[in-house]
Design a protein around this ligand. Structure first.
Ligand code: R2B
Length: 295
């Protein structure tokens, strides 16, 4: 991609007088986006607002920025759809749960980075997920759908368009190398399966509806494992597809805290441990990419 710029692939945008980023409560006429965001090099996204605020505060501290970072303001305070915090060149944004929620956020984020003329931006999803072995971090090489296919099916009007879900390979290796330098930080590279539902879609037996047996669930999870799947969440395929098309280096690292059958409350339980873990990994990554912060 030309000059590392973030791409929008929408010919209609050029003829619009104003671009309103509705769910961020930002816009090209109301805000000076290049001044507010022009220095962004890393965007970290995760499900919950509180977690992404804690992550931004941690980045503030790790990067040695002025002040204690406790009073970081939510840039999207004018709406309660998403929260956004900035710590130097790092933007930390919540995306809610599931493909539609992260998809809306990504459209507006990519337009924001485009209007702000950001260059060489890396985007990392640092979310929670369900896993087979407890206590590991999975760095996603390929995001797959519920049929273990590396694709995302986008419905456009009444057509289905199939998009690729490959992620940046160099970045995956780079992060794995960083993780090796941290004690007690079991990390692996694997496929991440993205589902449209938390309960039946992920083989849980404890939803309001369940039409399969425990044996059937285990048989499905074994097939997923054999296909290379190491964790399950609800955003990775659309994340990989949209970022890939728009020239953002995309990566997903998910904390995989519990076996499938007991992971129904991972989001709230793992706020602190996953933030802490990713912070350590980030710190190392930051040291290794010092030049990024000098530009
Ligand atoms: C992981 O955790 C959430 C469900 O609890 C969902 O956003 C996901 O992918």
């Amino acid at each position: 991609y030309k000059n590392g710029l973030v791409h929008v692939k929408n010919p209609h945008l050029d003829s619009m007088d104003e671009d309103v980023l509705y769910h961020f409560n930002l816009g090209t006429k109301t805000h000076n986006l290049p001044v507010m965001f022009g220095d962004i090099k890393f965007v970290c996204v995760g499900g919950s607002s509180n977690r992404m605020k804690a992550f931004a505060q941690l980045m503030h501290k790790e990067l040695g920025l002025e002040g204690d970072g406790k009073d970081l303001k939510d840039i999207c305070a004018g709406t309660d759809r998403y929260s956004m915090y900035k710590a130097g060149p790092v933007l930390s944004i919540s995306h809610g749960m599931g493909v539609p929620s992260i998809s809306i956020m990504l459209h507006e984020l990519i337009k924001l980075l485009h209007h702000a003329e950001c260059r060489d931006v890396t985007i990392i999803r640092i979310g929670t997920s369900g896993g087979i072995d407890p206590g590991t971090v999975v760095i996603t090489d390929i995001a797959v759908d519920s049929f273990f296919k590396a694709q995302f099916e986008q419905v456009i009007l009444d057509n289905i368009v199939v998009r690729s879900t490959e992620l940046d390979k160099d970045l995956v290796e780079e992060l794995l190398n960083c993780s090796k330098e941290i004690h007690d930080f079991p990390t692996l590279i694997g496929h991440t399966m993205c589902t449209y539902d938390f309960y039946e879609g992920q083989g849980r037996l404890d939803g309001a509806l369940c039409s399969f047996s425990n044996e059937k669930k285990l048989e499905y999870l074994k097939r997923a494992y054999d296909a290379g799947v190491r964790n399950i969440e609800m955003e990775s395929t659309v994340f990989a597809a949209i970022c890939g098309l728009c020239g953002l280096k995309g990566r997903i690292s998910c904390h995989r805290p519990f076996p499938f059958h007991v992971c129904s409350c991972i989001s709230s339980h793992f706020l602190i441990s996953s933030t802490y873990g990713f912070g350590q990994l980030w710190d190392l990554y930051n040291v290794k990419t010092k030049n990024v912060f000098q530009t």
